[in-house]
Design a protein around this ligand. Structure first.
Ligand SMILES: *Cc1c(COP(=O)(O)O)cnc(C)c1O
Length: 216
């Protein structure tokens, strides 16, 4: 058995033991920086959700596979520049990093043009970290309203908690905000903290190194 499959199965078992409800979160295998050869065993194993953080890299790696395998969902988890929106719409099924109205407007326009609807998450910068993407907590309701008016399919909220801090507090906060807006999906939890994220009903865990190994 390929090591990535073993790693994924171990994570799934752990998650199952930790989640009380019988609705288990999906695991997005974050394959950024890894060559497609290293990802293929998981694809062939039947895994459905994969994450990338760069549009060009995703196109290079996934274009051929996506043509053959419409059952695979590709998630953009990294920052999206407005000038890359058209390309992103072509290759991705989900975008987790919507954090401003200008970007939301571009996505709405591109969706009409390409006749394709993506599932979106609004990234929230919970700790107001200057270097980090994400809409502020104060600016969230304005962005929610704008996306609603623009007929975007927003599924829920997404966060990346501050490094080296206990993430639990942030997961709780995002969970509460998500409920406030009645969203049903929630994108939080990475290799170091996914079990904490499951405590607060995350529905999409974004896991990279715990599956594929350390990135260089
Ligand atoms: C890279 C990345 C991940 C996965 O990180 P790991 O720690 O390797 O699991 C998850 N979410 C985002 C937004 C990322 O950029």
């Amino acid at each position: 058995m390929h090591f990535t499959i073993k790693n994924l199965e171990t994570i799934k078992e752990e998650v199952k033991l930790n989640v009380k409800s019988d609705h288990l979160p999906e695991i997005i295998a974050v394959s950024k920086t890894f060559a497609i050869e290293k990802i293929k065993p998981l694809i062939e194993y039947g895994h459905k959700h994969f994450g990338e953080n760069k549009v060009q890299e995703a196109k290079n790696k996934w274009m051929d596979i996506k043509k053959k395998r419409s059952d695979i969902s590709l998630h953009l988890i990294g920052k999206l520049q407005s000038n890359k929106v058209n390309q992103a719409i072509e290759i991705f099924d989900y975008i987790h990093s919507v954090d401003n109205k200008k970007l939301a407007k571009k996505i709405a326009e591109a969706e009409v043009k390409k006749n394709k609807k993506l599932k979106l998450f609004l990234q929230v910068n919970l700790a107001s970290e200057e270097q980090k993407s994400g809409v502020s907590v104060e600016g969230l309701s304005d962005l929610v309203n704008f996306c609603c008016e623009s007929k975007l399919d927003v599924q829920g909220l997404m966060c990346i908690p501050p490094l080296n801090e206990n993430s639990e507090h942030y997961f709780q906060k995002l969970y509460q905000l998500n409920n406030q807006y009645n969203y049903k999906q929630l994108s939080m939890g990475m290799s170091s903290d996914y079990l904490n994220a499951t405590k607060y009903s995350s529905t999409f865990l974004r896991i990279g190194s715990k599956i594929f190994g350390e990135r260089i």
